[in-house]
Design a protein around this ligand. Structure first.
Ligand SMILES: [Zn+2]
Length: 475
């Protein structure tokens, strides 16, 4: 009886021509209530998965292009390139070696061999197979070596696949960490850099690089690759932007030359919206040179002040490196390098002045890119040990991202499910996280405004759908 009266009242209100906003607000209220029931005392994971697959998710701001491609795709490219897979070592070979080397298609058709390849080229089955395996951090980063030979081939195809996958799970924007910028090895510079760098050294090396024709050609080739691989990819459903990157475990001259190339690239083409530094942070060279890398960023940031930086920083855990190494990486990325976003930010609780750093991040709108699956696998940091709990408490902006969905064999919806099921969130927060993934993007302001406006419409439709589903349940 009650229900009938309520529905009559709703019908009457609608026919009386109540403003659209009042109707939309009621859909939002129903969605809030529905979501609260899903996270409840025991999260309803299947329903949360459906909810987040359907929920418009703005963008993915921590997204490695090659790490996002699934191994099955790489196997297809093995054949396209006329390469083969060594069926013992599971490596890709350009020329058939002495042993058995088989096509990607034969791997796909051989269940036992495919299982072995997936265990080496991704994290699949890490916790449920009995084979000898490396520690999880090595397993994760080693995958890049296995699929490396084809990772930079067929990029136009790869970007299209990622676009289709994004649209399928209601993601409208990817800011992908695309390719390594060109580099030049310089033994003299490396020798000098062993006792630190200064502005004069960096200026001299920059001038030398500016005269290097191969370096210039490398930059032109990078730009051409961005333009041909991503040609025509943007439309009303999807927008793609790129970050150029530096590998932190290379030698100082290689790091600085890729960094200079990246700053130049980001200044030359508006589709390259930022620069990043990536690679395992806990290995010796990355740790030894960390402070020097931040100084290099500072130098280039002063010369290219408009270039935006999203830096992987503090992807470390207690026990992985000596404790001193955990005390300053996020701080230096912000204070020295001038990062606008921080990737991972896991070591915050160990840094020298965590509350001061978080205050600064809050006040200066420096967002953390939170990658829950990746942090769990590589660092063993999850649940209440994950510092997203601290960032939430201290009001530091953050976004939910995937890191390497092809390696982790996850997607962005899955990361939202993890967040919601672990951290007792509410609908208002996850909706805000979706908007924040556009607000904290490096998109140009007009693109940002356009995508946020489109997101308003998508959320209105999503909430209407949820409300309609709930109304059907009530009958
Ligand atoms: Zn990453």
């Amino acid at each position: 009886m009650h229900k009938k009266i309520a529905s009559l009242l709703v019908t009457a209100a609608l026919s009386a021509g109540l403003p659209q906003a009042a109707h939309a607000a009621s859909n939002e209220t129903i969605t809030k209530r529905y979501f609260a029931a899903l996270v409840g005392s025991e999260p309803r994971l299947a329903e949360l998965t459906m909810f987040f697959t359907l929920m418009p998710k703005g963008g993915d701001l921590h997204h490695h292009y090659s790490g996002a491609i699934y191994a099955e795709q790489f196997l297809e490219w093995v054949d396209k390139q006329n390469y083969c897979v060594d069926s013992t070592a599971l490596t890709i070979q350009a020329m058939p070696p002495a042993g058995a080397c088989v096509s990607g298609a034969s791997v796909m058709n051989n269940n036992a061999l495919l299982a072995q390849v997936l265990q080496r080229w991704s994290d699949k089955d890490f916790y449920n197979h009995g084979a000898l395996q490396s520690p999880p951090d090595r397993q994760f980063f080693d995958t890049f070596g296995y699929f490396g030979p084809v990772a930079s081939t067929n990029t136009a195809d790869g970007l299209q696949r990622l676009k289709q996958r994004a649209i399928q799970e209601n993601v409208s924007y990817l800011e992908t960490i695309f390719e390594l910028a060109p580099m030049v090895l310089n033994a003299d510079f490396d020798k000098q850099a062993a006792s630190g760098v200064n502005d004069a050294m960096l200026t001299a090396f920059s001038e030398q690089l500016d005269k290097n024709q191969d370096f210039k050609k490398g930059i032109d080739a990078y730009l051409a690759n961005v333009n041909t691989s991503g040609a025509g990819i943007d439309d009303d459903k999807f927008t793609l932007r790129y970050q150029s990157f530096v590998l932190r475990f290379l030698s100082p001259s290689q790091v600085f030359s890729t960094m200079l190339a990246s700053f130049k690239l980001a200044s030359m083409d508006s589709k390259i919206v930022g620069v990043n530094i990536v690679g395992q942070e806990s290995v010796n060279v990355s740790m030894r040179d960390y402070a020097m890398h931040m100084q290099m960023f500072k130098y280039l940031k002063a010369r290219y002040p408009k270039v935006k930086l999203a830096l992987h920083a503090g992807e470390l855990a207690l026990g992985l490196v000596p404790p001193e190494g955990l005390s300053f990486h996020i701080r230096d990325a912000i204070d020295v390098a001038g990062a606008q976003r921080i990737g991972h930010g896991i070591d915050i609780a160990h840094e020298t002045n965590p509350i001061g750093i978080m205050k600064k991040m809050r006040e200066q709108n420096i967002a953390v890119e939170v990658n829950l699956s990746s942090n769990d696998f590589i660092l063993g940091i999850k649940d209440q040990a994950h510092p997203v709990t601290l960032y939430r408490k201290y009001g530091v902006p953050f976004v939910i991202s995937t890191d390497d969905a092809g390696v982790s064999r996850n997607n962005l919806s899955g990361e939202y499910v993890l967040f919601a099921s672990r951290y007792k969130t509410n609908y208002a927060e996850v909706k805000k996280l979706s908007y924040d993934s556009l607000r904290y993007s490096f998109l140009a302001q007009d693109d940002k405004d356009r995508l946020i406006k489109a997101l308003d419409g998508k959320f209105a439709r999503f909430e209407a759908d949820i409300a309609a589903g709930e109304a059907r349940k009530g009958k």
